[in-house]
Design a protein around this ligand. Structure first.
Ligand SMILES: [Zn+2]
Ligand SMILES: [Zn+2]
Length: 132
């Protein structure tokens, strides 16, 4: 992801970004709205969405299209891998190196120019496994 030189950021957008970067839970826009409202009580969900779209375009945040759940957002826009719990839908980062050779292998296996890749592992989170 390319970080473009920062356009002047509104205060609202700055707070949306700050709140998103405080957590590693990959919140949905609804969840982020609840967090942002503690600092900006009047902000509505449409404004949060709009700011998330702009921040995504600017390469500041990443949109996660994880299977079977609401779209989630990630304050870390550098490529990294995720794991999703198939029971509760929780999404966590997987702290491992990004495998660049996957893109070379894919480029050899198809006629595309490969630009990037995403990895989503699926599993059972500790809470679901040990909890109930
Ligand atoms: Zn779970
Ligand atoms: Zn992440």
């Amino acid at each position: 992801m390319i970080r473009r030189s920062a356009r002047r950021m509104t205060r609202q957008r700055k707070i949306v970004l700050e709140e998103l970067r405080k957590v590693t839970s990959h919140p949905t826009a609804d969840q982020l709205h609840q967090m942002v409202r503690r600092r900006l009580p009047g902000i509505n969900i449409a404004t949060v969405y709009r700011n998330l779209e702009i921040l995504t375009d600017e390469g500041e945040v990443m949109k996660l299209d994880v299977a079977g759940t609401q779209r989630r957002f990630d304050g870390n826009a550098l490529n990294h891998y995720h794991i999703r719990c198939s029971r509760c839908g929780r999404v966590d980062d997987v702290h491992m190196d990004v495998v660049d050779s996957l893109e070379e292998a894919a480029a050899k296996a198809c006629a595309y120019t490969v630009l990037s890749h995403t990895v989503e592992f699926v599993g059972i989170c500790p809470g679901c496994r040990d909890g109930n």
